[in-house]
Design a protein around this ligand. Sequence first.
Ligand code: SF4
Length: 419
Amino acid sequence: MSTGCRDTPVLKQRGQREVFCGLTGIIWLHRKMQDAFFLVVGSRTCAHLLQSAAGVMIFAEPRFGTAILEEKDLAGMADANEELDREVDRLLARRPDIRQLFLVGSCPSEVIKLDLARAAERLSAAHGPNVRVLNFSGSGIETTFTQGEDACLAAMVPALPQTDAQELLLVGALPDVVEDQALDLLAQIGVTPVRCLPSRRVQDTPAIGPNTVFALTQPFLGDTHAALTRAGARHISAPFPFGAEGSTLWLKAVAAEFGIAPEKVDQVVAAPRARAEKAIAAAATTLRGKRIFFMPDSQLEIPLARFLTRECGMDAIEIGTPYLHTDLHGPELDLIAAGPVISEGQDVDLQLDRVRAARPDLTVCGLGLANPLEAEGLATKWAIELVFTPVHFYEQAGDLAALFARPLRRHAALKRQHP
Ligand code: SF4
């Protein structure tokens, strides 16, 4: 008998939301794709967001920038396309290392209806084949911050070359060290060949076709999932590789697709799994029995709730997610014991009322909500940290649990000082 949450009625909310925009994804995408450049076509606000979010990059030659739309562009008094072409010409002349250029849409470029798809085609014709120009939107209108990566990867899919080979495509921008761990485990299990989307360099761009199977490493890649499916590839449905259990179930689902028995996976992962369980157990002493509330923000909420309830002993009160994709999140919901409210979308005031009524031990939320909740004596965890910190697979599982234990310990220490 299923005891999971898959059939739990979903509380759907539409109202004011408190989230970062999709431009945020550029911060981790530019680190991953080493010969790509992200040119945001936006306002000074967009430039400011990128600069402050990626402050450390000030000292490096950056792989992102902003083509500023001035007031005359926004008022339709100048040809923004001509200016964009000039800006791109200058950039590519100065930076011959750029092999992929992403034109990234923003709220202002959407408001003035600047057609970046047409611009990408025009610029690809002018600068190809040396430079591939693609476009996606990072606009904050109706999006949440992890959708930037989803939009970027989905934009890459139609440009991928074709193949009939039976290959695994690993989808999601993992830090290189984590991706290497995953590739090593898959090789030991006997899953080959494996390609990655995004690839680190343009020459390693994967091909796809009817014999491609793909496994997502991030739960926020709904549009990429749809684009890959349209291109003929098939999704391997599995829980996401968070925690010892999630990592094992993910690897077993991939192995099964390649005709490899689960016992082989158990044998390969025995040592890293034991290390992960030990590290999780250390953090779980703080987490066990604590009540957690997820505001919808990163789209990681459902897999993290599964990890925290099943492997760390926490109790979830509400698991909010900006979007609920049954194809992606169904296997996770199957594993979460019935009880928590599952909510999709946000009406921030109503949700804050529920937080205040429940007074959870820990609330996972965006930066904008964290400070007011802390001021009300509630411990919070910033959702954005979860995408800036390596948290996938076995070697990071202890760090993932510790990310949630830290604010609880801090909160307990503050309470001792100021009872
Ligand atoms: Fe702000 Fe929109 Fe620019 Fe994001 S894309 S920084 S939400 S103006």
